[in-house]
Design a protein around this ligand. Structure first.
Ligand SMILES: Cc1ncc(COP(=O)(O)O)c(C=O)c1O
Length: 378
């Protein structure tokens, strides 16, 4: 049986979530905007899910805007602000240098439209350089700063609150990409003090095709998609009711099981990390950061190419990633590791292991053994 160690790429659908979705997959046709009884049932289900997702992050239900994925949420945040009233005098966007491509490339696409766009540097552990951020905020007015709560490759967790203070002091809005953080660590929008926040269902054992952008009440956002009044006019289109219901159920379970999931993952991560470090030829990326996601470990074995190692591990039945699933196969080293100051060769050695609920200590031991066999026999 293959061992799945790639939960940051995506998670399997929790059977309890699937059960919650079934009536909306096979029941009577219902558009949540229809006024008849079937429409009203679908609307109630969508609103119940809105409440469940809002509770996961501590926002108001009406602040949740449904989207199709974390990628769309990030695009809506960046482009919606750049096109919105806050940018009347010309938009300017800053983003973390280790942010997900869904933020970086959304930002860079705005640069092509005359928006001032710049990355904010990180240190060797992947933490935002707060002094650099303050300098950039002071040089010229900034509309929006986007920073991820937890990095999808290294698992490094940013301390958002002090950065939020600086962002707001300089009159900018803050978007936090919490796609990887949610369900793995607590995400409390009040503590993060952000204005927009991205979430995605398929990272927390929910279905693909549902996600959210939290848009706080005071934020004026422009829609990217027109043609319907759904989602306060910010995201027109018939709702994916079954997927939204599943996202709601997954959010409720993630909240109820947060501590148990984190403890389970952290024990596996620590077992893996001590096994790797005992080899003496392994570098753990972001290992010096004060906090990392409990389930994530990214490392390189000296002298080994990450993709070659990934394929060899795959042949032995272990599914891992060499970085983010989005960049895999490109042959390019991870922009995250380059931004942290690693050279191209070191960055190309990256392997990411991300644990989930079904993994076991025996699987970690099996993984360490397989890695030993591969690297010894070369
Ligand atoms: C930090 C982060 N943001 C955004 C995304 C994009 O989310 P989705 O796959 O739901 O489009 C991902 C997916 O890997 C991610 O890790």
């Amino acid at each position: 049986m293959p061992v799945y160690l790639d939960h940051n790429a995506t998670t399997h659908l929790d059977p309890r979530v699937f059960e919650s979705m079934q009536p909306y997959l096979s029941g009577p046709a219902a558009n949540a905007s229809s006024l008849h009884r079937y429409g009203r049932i679908a609307r109630d289900a969508v609103e119940q899910a809105r409440l469940q997702v809002a509770q996961l992050v501590g926002c108001e239900a009406r602040e949740i805007i449904w989207t199709s994925g974390g990628t769309e949420s990030n695009n809506l945040a960046l482009k919606g602000i750049a096109d919105g009233p806050a940018s009347a005098a010309g938009a300017s966007v800053l983003y973390g240098a280790t942010d997900h491509p869904a933020v970086m490339e959304a930002a860079e696409s705005l640069a092509g439209r005359g928006v001032r766009v710049a990355p904010v540097a990180v240190d060797a552990d992947g933490l935002i350089d707060a002094a650099a951020l303050v300098t950039q905020l002071s040089l010229a007015p900034v509309t929006l700063v986007s920073i991820m709560r937890a990095n999808n490759e290294t698992g490094v967790i940013q301390d958002i609150a002090p950065l939020a203070l600086q962002v707001h002091r300089h009159g900018a809005l803050l978007h936090v990409d919490a796609v990887q953080a949610a369900g793995k660590i607590g995400v409390d929008i009040a503590a993060l003090d952000c204005d927009l926040l991205s979430l995605s269902s398929h990272k927390i054992y929910g279905p693909k095709g549902a996600a959210a952008l939290v848009v706080r009440g005071h934020v004026d956002l422009s829609a990217l998609q027109h043609g319907g009044a759904q989602e306060r006019g910010l995201r027109g289109g018939t709702e994916n009711v079954a997927a939204i219901v599943g996202f709601g159920a997954a959010a409720e379970l993630a909240m109820a099981e947060l501590d148990a999931r984190a403890r389970h993952a952290q024990a596996l991560r620590e077992r893996l990390q001590s096994g790797l470090q005992a080899r003496g030829d392994v570098l753990v990326f972001g290992g010096g950061a004060p906090r990392r996601l409990p389930n994530t470990l990214q490392f390189a074995v000296r002298g080994w190419d990450g993709e070659a190692l990934l394929m060899a591990l795959d042949r032995k039945g272990f599914a891992v990633s060499s970085g983010s699933a989005c960049a895999s196969g490109s042959g390019e080293p991870s922009h995250v590791l380059l931004a942290m100051g690693h050279d191209r060769d070191t960055a190309k050695g990256a392997i990411r292991v991300s644990f989930g609920r079904s993994n076991t200590a025996d699987q970690v031991d099996g993984f360490l053994q397989a890695l030993q066999q591969i690297t010894r026999s070369a």
